[in-house]
Ligand binder design. Structure first.
Ligand code: SF4
Ligand code: SF4
Length: 474
């Protein structure tokens, strides 16, 4: 089956609206999808605002904030997980996994993330709710454009911007709680005891929230976000994206005319051209013109059209989560096919599982001790007066646990004397909790051999960790 796609770039529409001085003013809508979106909005905002205040006991020498990005000490804490700079490969793995999940979601149901859980969508929704409550519905807000400023409107506008700024301040303020102990910082802020650094970041994040959610809104989703640009490469005709069943909706006509046509036994399209689907769209798209890369798949037009169909006594689903391939099948009277399970989605699911498994194993196999060995470069070897050969190394021990440990160092793979510079023989080395120790170590061998040497550290409990380096002649 040939797949065609009409792309009415939201860009053209947005430019036309901007030229006319009219922003997109979405209308409120009721329906099951809108309810799901409200629930997700509540959930995601609650998680965002509450998380910095959740405590997590990690013992006496560690912070008790459940989620903390401690840049000063180079740590990232997330509940029972503690990431050190040495573990950043795991964070990279998680980012790759998140991207793969996003691509899989795109193959199954398009831009679901954008429409339901993206912070830009969530905060814009919240700002629109505030605007609607204070300034009235879409019709009233559209009437306000270009109208003279009355005292009532000035008060409404001041109230709206004050509310937006308060939300932005709460959002910007909360973000910095993720970087330091939240209750302490909150107490400092309440006592007026804040640093210029904290104030600067609060101001930056407050301004960004206010600007992006209050003014830029759909422009972010259409022009600033890279995701719609990627749609050209990853758009999938079998994905359940929001589409208009044109084979059912056309020819559009008024409700009255459609009823007359049906009474006469003639066919009439279900679309009554009421414009509700366009009025509720937060991006300003007319989905009846075909798939649009700027569509965030939020489904609000589905709710709007289902409401119209219910009033007209027609079946729901004129606009629906439906694959574009099925729309094309519908046009030629073929039955719709569910192709959620196909090589691409199976492959992506397998890739996600493999990545998650690898990351899980990586986490599980992490030790609280890191050992690294670096051979001296200049000179690489020294011949002593008694004819023996000496190589020197820098051995670094990193104790990532919350308590101090004593480690003994040994070497195997060579018949050589090991000594730690500045230490009494090879006595156990004490490394404080959450700290590292750098040792100068020499190996002196009677013979002149080139071979691999294995350095091993052992803690009090008998756990060992090894690192291999080379003993060289020159
Ligand atoms: S809401 Fe439904 S009936 Fe109204 S214009 Fe959109 S598609 Fe047509
Ligand atoms: S066209 Fe429909 S699904 Fe797409 S952004 Fe607009 S309202 Fe949301």
């Amino acid at each position: 089956m040939a797949i065609t796609i009409e792309i009415n770039h939201a860009k053209t529409r947005a430019k036309a609206a901007a030229a006319a001085g009219l922003p997109v003013v979405p209308q409120a809508v009721r329906g099951p999808i809108r309810r799901i979106k409200w629930a997700i909005l509540l959930l995601t905002l609650s998680i965002y605002y509450v998380t910095p205040f959740v405590r997590w006991d990690r013992g006496p020498n560690a912070p008790d904030q459940a989620v903390l990005l401690d840049f000063a000490n180079g740590r990232l804490y997330a509940f029972f997980v503690e990431i050190w700079p040495q573990d950043l490969y795991l964070v990279t793995g998680l980012l790759v996994l998140a991207s793969t999940v996003l691509i899989l979601t795109n193959a199954l149901a398009g831009r679901l993330w954008c429409g339901f859980a993206c912070p830009q969508t969530v905060w814009t929704d919240l700002f629109l709710l505030v605007e609607r409550v204070i300034e009235g519905g879409r019709r009233q807000r559209l009437k306000n454009f270009g109208a003279p400023l009355t005292p009532k409107r000035a008060v409404q506008s001041a109230a709206k911007h004050t509310a937006w700024l308060l939300i932005s301040l709460a959002t910007g303020g909360t973000l910095i709680f993720y970087f330091t102990d939240a209750p302490d910082l909150l107490r400092d802020l309440a006592a007026g005891n804040f640093s210029a650094n904290a104030l600067t970041w609060i101001a930056v994040f407050t301004g960004t929230t206010y600007g992006l959610a209050g003014f830029a809104r759909e422009q972010v989703c259409t022009f600033m976000c890279p995701w719609p640009r990627l749609q050209g490469a990853i758009w999938d005709p079998e994905a359940y994206t929001v589409n208009y069943r044109d084979y059912r909706g056309e020819q559009r006509t008024s409700a009255k005319k459609a009823a007359e046509l049906r009474l006469r036994g003639e066919t009439a399209g279900d679309c009554v051209d009421c414009g509700q689907c366009v009025a509720v769209c937060p991006i300003g798209i007319d989905i009846r013109e075909g798939p649009n890369f700027a569509c965030i798949n939020c489904g609000l037009c589905v709710d709007a059209c289902d409401g119209v169909m219910a009033k007209l006594g027609r079946p729901r689903g004129l606009i629906d989560y439906e694959s574009w391939a099925n729309i094309e099948r519908g046009r030629s009277n073929e039955s719709p096919r569910n192709r959620l399970l196909r090589p691409k989605t199976v492959g992506l699911t397998a890739a996600c599982l493999a990545l998650a498994g690898t990351i899980g194993v990586g986490f599980a196999m992490r030790t609280t001790l890191t050992l690294s060995v670096q051979h001296d470069r200049d000179p690489v070897a020294v011949r002593l007066s008694d004819g023996s050969l000496r190589n020197a190394y820098t051995v670094k021990l990193l104790n990532k646990s919350a308590s101090p440990h004593r480690y003994t160092l040994s070497v195997s793979g060579i018949d050589a004397r090991l000594s730690i510079v500045g230490s009494d023989g090879i006595a156990p080395i004490e490394v404080a909790a959450d700290a590292s120790e750098s040792l100068r170590v020499t190996l002196t061998a009677a013979g002149a051999e080139q071979k691999d040497v294995v350095f091993t550290v052992r803690d009090e409990a008998g756990n060992t960790l090894s690192a291999t380096d080379r003993f060289v002649e020159r």
